[in-house]
Design a protein around this ligand. Structure first.
Ligand SMILES: Nc1ncnc2c1ncn2[C@@H]1O[C@H](COP(=O)(O)OP(=O)(O)OP(=O)(O)O)[C@@H](O)[C@H]1O
Ligand SMILES: [Mg+2]
Length: 246
């Protein structure tokens, strides 16, 4: 099998908690083939295992069993340091609760992962400024998160998640804390990312977010119960947002 063309592949991934009568199968034998450039939405009732699956796919948590490939490389057997390196290089998370550094300005938040990855201060700042511009926050770059709205903070979090050009962007209910106007802005941003060919996995309760995906998976009790492919997206859509140059 040509694994390279898949951004993510999982085979019979399991994650259990506890033991005996208290055993919980948070993720129960999930298999997934996700081509690069696909935007996948995952929905399902509370407690069905969506966050757990997202954490497994991004290497934040380790599976109890099963195999996982990221960008064609098998990662389930990696040691802690190699896994952390792989994660830094290939995946980014956007969480429901933003998780910005409160004492850093927007642009400092966005450039931080680039600096940690070894970019020069100049290059990191340039790219952070470009990304903030792309998410419509050029004028807020020097603000602290406490001086920004929820929607603005989440856009900073998305810009930060993009700064190292991740192979896969994983988002866990990114609009869960937003009012409807802010949700609409985020919707536009995710639509732009999808159009730009960013590989996306978005866990959401919001049908509007799900509607912009290429594929919609429904989970129940740790397993996939429905897998819906949306009509094919236009060819040659990789352009724009992520093509920042330099
Ligand atoms: N550390 C843990 N110990 C025991 N059970 C856990 C642990 N973490 C998660 N679970 C259980 O695993 C299941 C899946 O949890 P998960 O957080 O992935 O659900 P979810 O689909 O993201 O729910 P929500 O929509 O409420 O965020 C739940 O039944 C949860 O109680
Ligand atoms: Mg969750």
């Amino acid at each position: 099998m040509n694994r390279e063309r898949f951004a993510l592949q999982a085979r019979r991934l399991c994650k259990t908690h506890g033991a005996g009568s208290a055993l919980v199968r948070a993720v129960d034998e999930v298999s997934l083939d996700m081509p690069a450039g696909q935007a996948l939405a995952i929905m399902g009732p509370s407690g069905c295992g969506k966050s757990t699956l997202l954490h497994l796919l991004g290497g934040l948590e380790r599976a109890t069993a099963g195999a996982l490939w990221l960008g064609g490389k098998r990662i389930d057997g990696l040691g802690e340091r190699a896994l952390a390196r792989m994660r830094r290089r290939s995946v980014s998370f956007v969480f429901q609760a933003f998780h910005l550094m409160e004492e850093l300005s927007a642009v400092q938040n966005v450039e931080l992962p680039a600096l940690l990855a070894g970019a020069s201060p100049w290059a990191a700042r340039r790219r952070a400024d470009q990304l903030l511009d792309r998410v419509g926050l050029a004028k807020r770059a020097r603000h602290l998160p406490s001086a920004m709205s929820g929607g603005e903070r989440q856009r900073v979090a998305v810009a930060r998640a993009l700064v190292n050009e991740p192979l896969v962007l994983l988002a866990d209910e990114p609009t869960g804390n937003l009012d409807s106007a802010a949700t609409r802005t985020l919707l536009r941003l995710f639509e732009e990312l999808r159009t730009a060919g960013q590989t996306l996995v978005i866990v959401t309760h919001d049908e509007r977010i799900a509607a912009l995906a290429d594929r919609l998976i429904t989970m129940r009790d740790g397993a996939f119960v429905d897998d819906l492919r949306m009509p094919a997206a236009p060819v040659g859509r990789r352009a724009g947002l992520l093509n920042l140059g330099g």
